[in-house]
Design a protein. Structure first.
Length: 163
């Protein structure tokens, strides 16, 4: 009986972990399909725009924590970081469309695909040059609270990501 309980805990734990990981992929794929549905072109730089937005969010969160830690609560800094990052990331997307894709409207579709790949390579290389290849940890903007429900562990941050 104990083995069955451990199996159920293992399955539920992995289901929660998969939902968290899948939530990231879902957001990126929804954006990718929206771009294709509206513009009818493959934006291979879409994931790289997400990557740049993540680094922008990292920089904004780190800056806000350095300037406002102790004055403004972490969840408010988190909300401000998300709003500003979304605004800046959307402008990066507009820039990519105006500078990279709009001039190629009448060109063959392969030209736009190659342009998207090159924009992605430019973004990736720029991040490598500016920040290096080291792994960065996002600053803690809100307290992570761990829960244990029936032997399955999850945090409030994980639940927020899934939602």
């Amino acid at each position: 009986m104990e083995a069955l309980i451990e199996l159920v805990q293992f399955i539920v734990q992995n289901l929660i972990n998969a939902l968290q990981r899948g939530s990231f992929y879902a957001v990126i794929s929804i954006g990718y399909s929206m771009v294709y549905g509206v513009l009818m072109l493959f934006n291979f730089a879409h994931g790289d725009i997400f990557m740049v937005a993540t680094y922008i969010g990292f920089g904004i969160a780190t800056l806000f924590l350095a300037l406002f830690a102790g004055f403004i609560p972490g969840p408010l800094i988190f909300l401000a970081t998300v709003v500003i990052t979304m605004f800046l990331a959307s402008w990066i997307g507009v820039f990519v469309e105006v500078a990279g894709y709009r001039p190629l409207r009448s060109a063959p579709r392969a030209s736009a695909a190659i342009t998207g790949l090159m924009i992605g390579i430019i973004f990736e290389t720029s991040i490598l040059i500016l920040l290096g290849a080291k792994r960065l940890s996002f600053p803690p903007l809100m307290e992570s609270v761990a829960y244990n429900v029936g032997g399955v562990y999850f945090t409030n941050v994980k639940v927020m990501i899934i939602i």
